[in-house]
Design a protein around this ligand. Structure first.
Ligand code: PRP
Length: 175
């Protein structure tokens, strides 16, 4: 059963699970013999972060940060609202995002994290909407490329709702 506000399902729960397992295998291979710190960005990425972490086979640490933006008038101008609990100096770090759109948020986060001198810093995203990209960011791991439509589910919200959908879907335009 899909919600009435949903236009169409893009990725089912099974498709998401299968793809996350594949990406987790790629991550496990890349970081073999090392510990990996996953950094999630609240709130959207927590569903993806926990699903991904369960399938990674190298030892994993988790930390979270929250950002707040200055609104639509200032795209990409963000500040850290809740910082990491621990330092990342000398660690292998993978930033885990639910979606990369313009790339502005991601660039800010990568620059900020990079200044803390991790051993390595990578980016893993559940969804990539490259058609909206304004600046280049290197995506090391991604699960799905998506079209230029508003999507919800598996962490992604519309007015804070729909994050708990087990699938990823396009929202109807009249919402
Ligand atoms: C999303 C996502 C990224 C950002 C990407 O967060 O988690 O942080 O937008 O957009 P960009 O590439 O255009 O900068 P959102 O503001 O939806 O917050 P949420 O995770 O709390 O829903």
């Amino acid at each position: 059963m899909t919600e009435p506000a949903i236009e169409r399902v893009l990725f089912t729960e099974d498709q998401i699970d299968a793809r996350i397992r594949e990406v987790a295998a790629g991550i496990s291979a890349k970081y073999t013999g090392r510990e990996l710190k996953l950094i999630g960005v609240l709130k959207g990425s927590i569903f993806f972060l926990t699903a991904l972490a369960r399938h990674i086979t190298v030892p994993v640490k988790i930390d979270l940060l929250a950002i707040s933006s200055f609104g639509k008038g200032a795209p990409g101008v963000v500040r850290i609202a809740k910082d990491l609990d621990d330092t990342i100096e000398g660690e292998d770090v993978l930033l885990v995002e639910d979606i990369v759109d313009t790339g502005l948020t991601t660039r800010y986060l990568l620059q900020t994290l990079s200044s803390r001198r991790p051993r390595s810093l990578g980016l893993c995203t559940l969804l990539d909407r490259t058609i909206r990209r304004l600046i280049q960011v290197q995506v090391d791991f991604r699960c799905f490329e998506i079209p230029d439509r508003f999507v919800v589910g598996f962490g992604l919200d519309y007015k804070q709702l729909y994050r708990n959908l087990t699938y990823i879907a396009v929202l109807k335009r009249d919402n």
